[in-house]
Structure formats: structure tokens, C-alpha cells
Design a protein around this ligand. Structure first.
Ligand code: UD1
Length: 386
């Protein structure tokens, strides 16, 4: 047996680290392959150190490019790896270009694919991540979901419920393991802000940063919030490029920062008064931490963060953001609860199921039954009713 775990870009590292650790703990033969989609220390290297992940066994060095270039480079480089090392199963996470490319390569070579964070849908096909999610899910033989909506979406798309495993959220495993250390480091101190006294903002989605007008308007909102409380803005490389081109007149209390390492960012999130973001992962992390989150998008593929968590979708009405920030400053914000199975043990459930599927061991964890799929019927019946 050889399990190949794949990482590629910043949001993959915290999802895969607890799985790699669990495979190691059980002495299961494994390789860690880094495609190199994110490559500099701030976006990649530092995460390995802080999450305690071993160095990758293979680095494909694909780097940046257009979607087609980046995807094509992963396809060819990962095929070479698979042909040479013949893994029994390839485990991919999330929705980045490398996730879909590695799933396609493996599936065409007849290698089983397991997708961690399966079934999420924004129903917005203009997002590259949505296309990556759909492709990856339909190529996977094991689909690990993080929330109930994922189970429903996959069944609706005709995926056999026996392949779906509601495992919970591996990113929350990493968060729980590192939360205390992140707080102990008190990263807000170096930035001259008080715990629970600042806003934290991140932006990198093409829909927010590729259009100059929209980015300018969002920086305007951040500047106005900065009149009420300090605003910290760790800038993603994609956003940095675009910001350079804008003429920004921001108050000094809006601090543009380099991308932060995992522990520093986690510490900042855990003591923010409010977080504004367009990231998928941060919507989940703020829900796990109970911190108010304003999502600067008109949809989310993570509805549990809204239905039970602390997240609110802002949409296109930017004036609404300032009203929401005022509301939150007055303490009028939903408290939120933690979604089911975001309990710090998701990676154990993932590896249990992987072992069971490869070793013929009986799987004793939760199964997705049609009754739990909110009235949807299993695969063959779903097809017939459409
Ligand atoms: C990618 C993912 C997105 C994820 C995000 C997290 C896709 C389609 N998108 O978007 O789902 O939320 O990562 O960060 O896969 N760059 C650097 N240093 C790096 C990496 C990138 O400077 O280490 C630069 C690149 O040169 C490029 C830009 O950042 O100009 C964007 O990188 P790219 O990998 O294309 O996608 P992201 O926008 O980061």
C-alpha cells in the first residue's frame, strides 16, 4: 500500500497536515507530493515548519501561470510521479487547480482518488474553484465531506452515497492543535493593536481584486472602518500586484502587511473584533473560533458557517458592510455554534475510512444514509427522479 498525499497552495497545508500526521502515526507507507503551485516562503515554506509537516518527498515545481498552463504542468509532472511510484491511492484536498489536475491524472491511470473537503458548491461557475470542485468530486472514489450541505450536493449530482464519508473538517483539527501556541505568541503586540480591538481583512478572489473599481471600493470601505478601529490587512500576492496599480489614500490605522505565517494569522484571527474576507477557509476558521465574519462575496460554498456559525454574506452592497460593522461593534452579533464533526478528530475518520477501503477492514464510522440526506434518495433513485 502507498498513499500519496498532495499539497499545492496555502489553503491545502492546514487540511492535509493532520492527515499526514495520522498516516505517519499508523505507519502507513506514504508520500507527500508538493506541486509547487504556491512556492515562496511566505505562501508555502513557513507552513511546513509551523504545522510540523515533513518536507515533501517530491516537489513538482509547477509555479504560476494561466489556469491552463498551471493545470497542464501539474498533469504532466504528476503523471511522471504516478507512473514511477504507482501509489495505491491519491489524496487531494480543497479546490485549487492542482487538486483537479492531480485527481484527473490519477483517475486516468486507474488510481483511486480520495477528495478531502468534497461536495462544497457555491453554484457559481464563474469561480475557477467551483469548476475544480465539480471535476474533482466526479473523479473521486472516496469523498470526504465537511458539512451536511456537501452530502446533499453530492447525492443530488448522482454520486453513490456509499462513496461519501461525512468526516468533518480537517482544517479545524489543525486549528485546535495550534490555537494555544498561536495565542501565546500574541502576534497583535508587534502590530501595536489591542486584542479584540481591531478588524482583520483578507482579499484575493478574482471577483474582488481583478476589477480595479471593486478593489478600490473595498479599500475605501477598509479605510472608513479604520476611522473606528485599527484594520490589519495581510496582502495576498495576487492582490499586492493589483494594489500597486491603485492610488491609495488610506489612513495610517489601515496597515498593509505581508502574508502572515499560519500561527501569527491564527492568533490575529482569534483575537480580532471582526474579520472581513473572501477566503473559503477563513469563513470556517472564524466559525470555529466564534469570531464575527463578514464574507465579501454574494455566495458561499460553506453554508454551515452562515446557518450555524458566525458568518454573514455581504454581497455587492458595500454600504451594508459599514452598517454591519457598527452593529457588530454594538455587540449585536449572532453567537454561532460549531457545526457537527468540527471536533478536531476529522483526520482520524479520514484515515480510518482510507484504511478500511484499501485493507478490507470493516468501516465502523458514520455512514451517509438516505434518511440523513434531507429527503434525497440514494444514487440510483436520484437519477430516476431528475
Ligand atoms: C489559489 C487558488 C485559490 C486559493 C488561493 C489561496 C486556484 C484556481 N486558486 O489562488 O483557490 O484560495 O490559492 O492562496 O487554484 N504567487 C506568489 N507567491 C506564491 C504563490 C503565488 O507570488 O507563493 C503569485 C503568483 O505569481 C500569481 C498569484 O500569486 O501572480 C496568484 O497565484 P495562483 O496560484 O495563480 O492563485 P491564487 O490566486 O493564489
Amino acid at each position: 500500500m502507498l498513499i500519496c498525499t498532495v499539497v499545492a497552495a496555502r489553503p491545502n497545508f492546514m487540511k492535509m497536515a493532520p492527515i499526514v500526521e495520522e498516516l505517519q502515526r499508523r505507519d502507513i507507507p506514504r508520500h507527500l507530493v508538493h506541486t509547487g503551485q504556491h512556492y515562496d516562503a511566505a505562501m508555502s515554506g513557513v507552513f511546513f515548519d509551523e504545522l510540523g509537516m515533513p518536507a515533501p518527498d517530491f516537489h513538482l515545481g509547477v509555479g504560476s501561470g494561466t489556469h491552463a498552463q498551471q493545470t497542464a504542468r501539474v498533469l504532466t509532472a504528476f503523471e511522471d510521479y504516478c507512473v514511477e511510484h504507482k501509489p495505491t491511492m491519491v489524496v487531494v484536498a480543497g479546490d485549487v487547480n492542482s487538486t483537479a489536475a492531480c485527481a484527473l491524472t490519477a483517475a486516468k491511470l486507474g488510481i483511486a482518488v480520495a477528495h478531502v473537503e468534497a461536495g462544497l458548491r457555491s453554484f457559481d461557475r464563474s469561480m475557477p474553484e467551483e469548476l475544480n470542485r465539480i471535476v474533482t468530486d466526479h473523479l473521486s472514489s472516496l469523498l470526504f465531506t465537511t458539512e451536511e450541505s456537501g452530502n446533499r450536493n453530492l447525492c443530488r449530482e448522482g454520486i453513490d452515497s456509499s462513496r461519501i464519508c461525512f468526516a468533518g473538517n480537517c482544517m479545524v483539527d489543525s486549528l485546535r492543535s495550534h490555537e494555544q501556541e498561536a495565542l501565546r505568541r500574541a502576534p497583535w503586540k508587534n502590530l501595536g493593536v489591542e486584542p479584540n480591538g481591531y478588524a482583520l481583512i483578507t482579499l484575493h478572489r478574482p471577483s474582488n481584486v481583478d476589477c480595479e473599481e471593486r478593489l478600490q471600493a473595498l479599500v475605501g470601505v477598509a479605510s472608513r472602518i479604520a476611522m473606528q478601529m485599527p484594520v490589519l490587512f495581510p496582502v495576498h500576492p495576487r492582490t499586492r500586484e493589483k494594489l500597486f496599480r491603485l492610488r491609495i489614500h488610506a489612513p495610517a490605522s489601515l496597515q498593509f502587511l505581508d502574508p502572515h505565517p499560519y500561527l501569527a494569522f491564527l492568533g490575529l484571527m482569534a483575537r480580532a473584533r471582526v474579520v472581513l474576507t473572501d477566503s473559503g477557509g477563513i469563513q470556517e476558521e472564524t466559525t470555529a473560533l466564534g469570531i464575527p465574519c463578514l464574507t465579501l462575496r454574494s455566495n458561499t460554498e460553506r453554508p454551515a458557517t452562515i446557518e450555524t456559525g458566525t458568518n454573514v454574506l455581504v454581497g455587492d452592497d458595500l454600504d451594508h458592510i459599514e452598517n454591519l460593522v457598527d452593529q457588530m461593534a454594538r455587540g449585536e452579533w449572532k453567537k454561532g455554534t460549531i457545526p457537527p464533526l468540527w471536533d478536531g478528530h476529522a483526520a482520524q475518520r479520514v484515515v480510518n475510512r482510507i484504511e478500511a477501503s484499501l485493507g478490507g477492514v470493516r468501516w465502523t464510522g458514520p455512514r451517509i444514509h438516505s434518511a440523513r440526506l434531507h429527503g434525497l434518495r440514494p444514487f440510483h433513485r436520484c437519477n430516476r427522479t431528475r
